[in-house]
Design a protein around this ligand. Sequence first.
Ligand code: ZN
Length: 292
Amino acid sequence: MPLVNLKPVLAEAKSKGYAVAAFNPLDYASMKAMVAAAEELNAPVIIQTSAKTINYYGHRALVEWMREIAADSPIPAVLHLDHGKDFDMIRKCIEMGWTSVMIDASDHPFEKNLELSRKVVDLATAANVGVEAEIGQILGVEDDMVVTEEESHLTDPNEAEKFCRELDLSAFAAAIGTAHGYYKGEPKVAFELIEEINRRTNTPMALHGGTGLSDEVIQRCIKLGCAKINISTNLKHVFIDSFVNYHREKPSDYEPLRVLGAQFQAMKDLFKSKIEQFGGANRAGDVLSKVA
Ligand SMILES: [Zn+2]
């Protein structure tokens, strides 16, 4: 089926108390493995491209791959831009067929962030494209942007309420103590803050830095209103390790398609485990009735 807008997908997830898994693809095969995993579990899925990936392949290749993969599948899939910082890149995504974009102006002061985010919401909404926006800077490395401990700050719930009242968002990303990349110690997730932000914004929350959170933390976040969970670092490791391990185990096998097949299987297994963990299995039908 055609790619779907993020908004009804997350509204449905929030109302039913589960989260939709969002993965950052690295190539055509990883996109295909995301949709294959979702299809086997009859689940909705979000495929989110980083700016770095778009710069590498170009908008056209990514959107055409994704359109073809989605068209061959009965499950609802969203093509989303992760951490959009450049307005021209965001506009091009909207024009070329992404069904959701993230504007990340979180490094600007509140009023400027609101102004920049509003510009994207206006453009996207007119094109039936969903929008995720962020307040507070999430710790860690995303693409080549580094947010250090001193720079990162938790989202102010008063600002969150005002932001979400002014903007009709599909997803709201907040800094609530999680971080991009692998965690060095136990992350200090601010559960009370998640609860307060969700109560006051009533907007599906996007949880960034999902790799490495314990199942207990994940389940608590979902219960408190996180409806989109991002997994990127996990995939980077599986992508490379599965390839390297295959060759280590079978050093004389130079049939590339067998190596790629092993990598595909490993990626699909990761995606299936995350979709199931977040409660997305067997939700495709209900989502489809909302996006139709
Ligand atoms: Zn992020």
